[in-house]
Write a protein that binds this ligand. Structure first.
Ligand code: AGP
Length: 612
């Protein structure tokens, strides 16, 4: 996945493009570049390199670019290594057109062969370069948007592109299919970006492009046409996020800031969704008729990565409250499995970005099979939101750290509240149980604060164990998905091999791994399976395993059996993931920082995987 930024207006483009790339860098950071139209020379001038935006900034200090129209890109390599030639922007043969791209052109090889045969000269190994040469081929006596339209018609795969040409200075073109692109509407200026954080400094209104649409922007005008050339009318959406939410605010990393934001996020979700006094649960934006939700006989959850782990918790949550059969699938499996989906089944997709390619494809497959599709999503107007029958926003604010933290617990919170809502619709939730759960949920933000207050102790534990070559995470019942999530958090930011397992599976294989060289994190809060977890801990201890336990405050017994204990406040097992998540996130964070890893931009990863 990559980040795209574009500007056209009265101001000098360079600082605006750089600022936008800094806010987009979590989408891809192995190379970057910008291009502007130089009015005096009547030419396009490019600055690009393998490396981060700060390296590009340094280059531009010595070789600045003027011009009030330009585009920029930060890359997560899919075709061609991260090097100078493969960095975007890419130019046509005559350096009259410049283009940046997010997505994958599936038929780029054949197109490239045809274009080379027609005399085009390629300078990179990217699929992207094919697009700019195609536009060049059609850009004869027609406006740039017309040439873009003709080129797009030949492309298979996904793309969000921004294009400028020296033949039409002051015009910025955007086009998309399958990858996000949003217009930022300014005063006497307009912007293009892959997502909202890049616009926060400049525009308060955004227009989301839909698939097969082209944006034609000048400083004074923003119009949209579809790929048939028909004008499209779409109202701007007011951007509610403010810029401070997309800044570190004194924290060393976005990830630590976002871990510490969780109590406030949870409080906001509970406050927005549960009407004080009446305690009525409401989801204003959920456009699915209540009768349809109540009539659903099956729930299928599809998601990827951390969102998938939230979905696994969702199975325990929904089956406990509703109760009806809930299956959970990773999107990339669901979409190719020819899944059994009945008309009227409720398919819930969970996604922070709303742009994850596999989850999008899974939802399209579910819709094709007649399911009702609901997405739990964090990004206003994202593709998943626009393609689902209904949405419940997590309202966690922009999550910049690549490793998902506050968005994850926000997904859990929405799943709890939605389960209560659905249980009421299906009349399977007694009032006293509803009130008890609402009271317990209301107490959780304070409990999260209590855990965060002790994060230095967790830091000490992390530092003592950061040298281990591998970790095993064990949990049972609703904390089994938390073991998977704890392992993912650790491995994706510290690069330490880490595995999450159902503790009951220990004897079926993983116990062979146990020795004094492996750290085992056991999630063992007070629960109906606590004694089973203690047995697991004793089995590990007898094989000299090093044990870090997450346990309920006051549990002295577990202290005698383990090397380290991270305590969490006493809470019903059913709601404990909202608490166990925090020590798992902090443990991963402090181990990774101690190992000198780039916590916010881990190697090889990107914030949202908008390609397969
Ligand atoms: C989580 O820490 C990872 N960054 C990744 O697994 C992520 O959860 C996954 O790619 C799904 O992203 P989404 O929630 O935007 O769909």
């Amino acid at each position: 996945m990559c980040g795209i930024i574009g500007y056209v207006g009265e101001r000098v483009a360079q600082p605006i493009l750089l600022d936008g790339l800094q806010r987009l860098e979590y989408r891809g950071y192995d190379s970057c570049g910008i291009v502007t139209y130089l009015d005096q020379k009547k030419s396009l001038s490019v600055r690009k390199l393998p490396g981060k935006v700060k390296d590009l900034e340094k280059l531009l200090k010595s070789k600045p670019l003027s011009g009030s129209c330009g585009i920029g890109h930060c890359r997560w390599a899919t075709h061609g290594a991260p090097n100078q030639a493969n960095a975007h922007p890419h130019l046509d043969c005559k350096s009259e057109i410049a283009l940046v791209h997010n997505g994958i052109i599936e038929n780029h090889s054949q197109l490239k062969k045809d274009l080379i045969r027609e005399g085009h000269v390629f300078l990179s190994q990217t699929d992207t370069e094919v697009i700019v040469h195609l536009i060049e081929k059609f850009y004869r006596g027609v406006p740039l948007e017309e040439a873009v339209k003709k080129a797009a018609a030949l492309l298979d795969g996904s793309f969000a592109i921004a294009v400028i040409s020296k033949k039409e200075p002051g015009k910025l073109i955007g086009a998309r299919r399958g990858s996000p692109l949003v217009i930022g509407v300014g005063r006497e200026e307009n912007f293009l970006a892959s997502d909202i954080p890049a616009l926060l400094d400049f525009a308060k209104d955004a227009i989301f492009l839909e698939d097969d649409e082209i944006a034609v922007l000048t400083g004074r005008n923003a119009k949209i046409i579809d790929f048939s050339g028909k004008p499209v009318k779409r109202q701007p959406v007011h951007i509610t996020w403010d810029i401070s939410q997309a800044q570190k605010q004194g924290y060393p990393h976005f990830m630590l800031k976002e871990i510490n934001e969780q109590p406030k996020v949870l409080e906001d979700i509970l406050g927005q969704r549960i009407k004080q006094g009446s305690r009525r649960i409401a989801f204003e934006e959920l456009k699915i008729p209540q009768a349809k939700l109540a009539a659903a006989k099956n729930i299928i959850i599809v998601a990827c990565g951390t969102a998938y782990h939230a979905g696994l918790c969702g199975k325990y949550i929904l089956e406990e409250v509703c109760p009806l059969p809930v299956s959970v699938d990773v999107s990339s499996e669901f979409r190719y499995r020819n899944p059994l989906v009945n008309r009227g089944d409720l398919v819930i997709s969970i996604s922070q970005s709303g742009e994850t390619a596999d989850t999008l494809a899974a939802v399209r497959e579910a819709k094709f099979k007649g399911a009702i599709t609901l997405t739990i999503c964090n990004v206003l107007g994202s593709t998943l939101v626009r393609e689902s029958d209904g949405v419940i926003y997590t309202h966690a604010g922009p999550e910049i750290g690549v490793a998902s933290t506050k968005a994850f617990t926000a997904q859990l919170a929405v799943l709890y509240v939605f389960a209560l809502y659905l249980g009421q619709l299906k009349k399977t939730l007694a009032v006293d149980k509803l009130n008890k759960l609402l009271n317990q949920l209301a107490a959780i933000p304070r409990m999260q604060v209590d855990i965060l207050k002790k994060q230095n102790a967790i830091k000490v534990t992390a530092h003592k164990h950061h040298h281990f070559g591998s970790f095993l995470f064990l949990g049972r019942n609703i904390n089994y998905p938390m073991a998977l999530e704890g392992a993912l958090k650790l491995k994706e930011i510290s690069y330490i091999p880490a595995e999450g397992y159902a503790a009951g599976e220990m004897k079926h294989g993983p116990i062979a791994l146990i020795d004094e060289y492996r750290a085992v994190v056991c999630i063992a809060p007070e629960s109906k399976v606590y004694e089973k977890m203690v047995s697991n801990i004793q089995e590990i201890r007898s094989r000299r395993g090093i044990i870090i336990a997450i346990a309920t405050s006051g549990d002295e017994k577990i202290k005698d059996l383990t090397h380290e204990v991270i305590y969490i406040p006493r809470m019903e097992e059913f709601l404990s993931p909202l608490l166990t998540a925090i020590p798992l996130q902090l443990l991963a964070y402090y181990v990774a920082v101690k190992r000198g890893c780039d916590v916010d931009q881990p190697r090889n990863l990107a914030k949202s995987v908008t390609v397969e």
